[in-house]
Design a protein around this ligand. Structure first.
Ligand SMILES: Nc1ncnc2c1ncn2[C@@H]1O[C@H](COP(=O)(O)OP(=O)(O)OP(=O)(O)O)[C@@H](O)[C@H]1O
Length: 291
């Protein structure tokens, strides 16, 4: 089943092109990381998917048109936008009462369970919580909604490292059940790398890379070459090259690992390294080798 299908998605603000004709297909049961530099269009894309902003092109989310069927979509989807906002005058217990009242898929017990892992008290008002605690409360509520699609825009902004780690573990262990779809944006790529099934890199309103983690594992190899093998390795046309501690590091797409192994140390590139390589190619216009 397809969860999100977009064809030629375009959004402009005056002369700014936020989405520049995006084609995208996300199957149900995937955990997709949407990564890109500031202003790449990530939030705009997520807002379009959630029906929060109109845009040109064809877009279907869980079979619905998000802009015209937003109410229907919101029964099956939930999200955290990049700015966690909850009414400051409400007590924590009232936030739970409120969500329980308006969302049929809200599991209050589950939310209580998540909250127990924090120092948030039911009697506190939102205005008395720290920024990070408001985000913790928001996440506890959203993760307790049994939605088919969960959209998280920078969900861990302002959270300490312990909670961030706990949150992603919990997302995988307590929330993800193999049938839900999760889309997450973050600038801390290394923190989500282990939970993703797919990754999309965005740059200036376009998708410049869209692969499953399995595909990355089987296609891409990074070689830290011995100096005497650099020339031979370059002849195999790496898609990217950088220096690290005086060593030459080359990134290959579709080159046999065994062939490279004798020339230095090889490994699958991490997402942060892949991101830098792809952004560099995207920004210099040399995208051919990385598409
Ligand atoms: N409401 C708006 N009015 C005018 N321009 C906007 C608006 N929202 C976004 N933009 C522009 O659209 C482009 C994409 O913005 P968007 O917020 O989607 O980027 P982003 O990838 O989420 O960035 P960040 O990582 O900084 O949150 C930017 O150039 C931004 O200035």
């Amino acid at each position: 089943m397809i969860c999100i299908q977009a064809r030629g998605l375009r959004k402009t603000y005056g002369t700014t092109v936020a989405l520049d004709g995006i084609d995208l297909e996300v199957k149900e049961g995937r955990i997709v990381g949407l990564i890109g530099p500031n202003g790449a269009g990530k939030t705009t894309a997520l807002n379009a998917i959630l029906g929060l902003t109109p845009c040109q092109g064809d877009l279907r989310v869980l079979g619905k048109h998000p802009w015209s069927a937003r109410d229907e979509l919101m029964r099956e989807a939930c999200f955290i936008s990049d700015v966690a906002v909850l009414p400051r005058w409400m007590k924590v217990s009232q936030v739970l009462d409120y969500v329980a009242g308006v969302h049929p898929l809200f599991d209050r017990q589950k939310a209580e369970g998540f909250l127990k892992r924090t120092s948030i008290r039911h009697a506190s008002k939102v205005s008395e919580l720290s920024k990070g605690m408001i985000t913790q409360l928001h996440l506890s509520v959203v993760m307790a909604i049994n939605a088919k699609l969960l959209v998280l825009d920078e969900p861990t902004l302002g959270l300490d490292i312990l909670f961030r780690k706990q949150f992603y573990e919990s997302l995988l262990n307590d929330y993800f059940d193999g049938s839900r779809t999760i889309i997450v944006t973050t600038h801390q790529v290394e923190e989500i790398e282990n939970i993703l099934t797919d990754v999309i890199f965005m740059d200036r309103g376009r998708l410049v890379f869209n692969r499953s983690l399995d595909e990355i594992e089987s296609r891409y190899v990074e070689l830290t070459a011995k100096p005497e093998n650099v020339v031979a390795a370059r002849a195999l046309r790496p898609v990217y090259e950088r220096s690290s501690l005086g060593r030459t590091v080359l990134l290959f797409d579709g080159v046999d690992r065994a062939q490279l192994a004798g020339w230095g140390s090889t490994r699958t590139p991490n997402l942060a390294d892949l991101f830098v390589a792809i952004m560099d190619s995207s920004q210099t216009g040399a995208r051919g080798g990385l598409q």
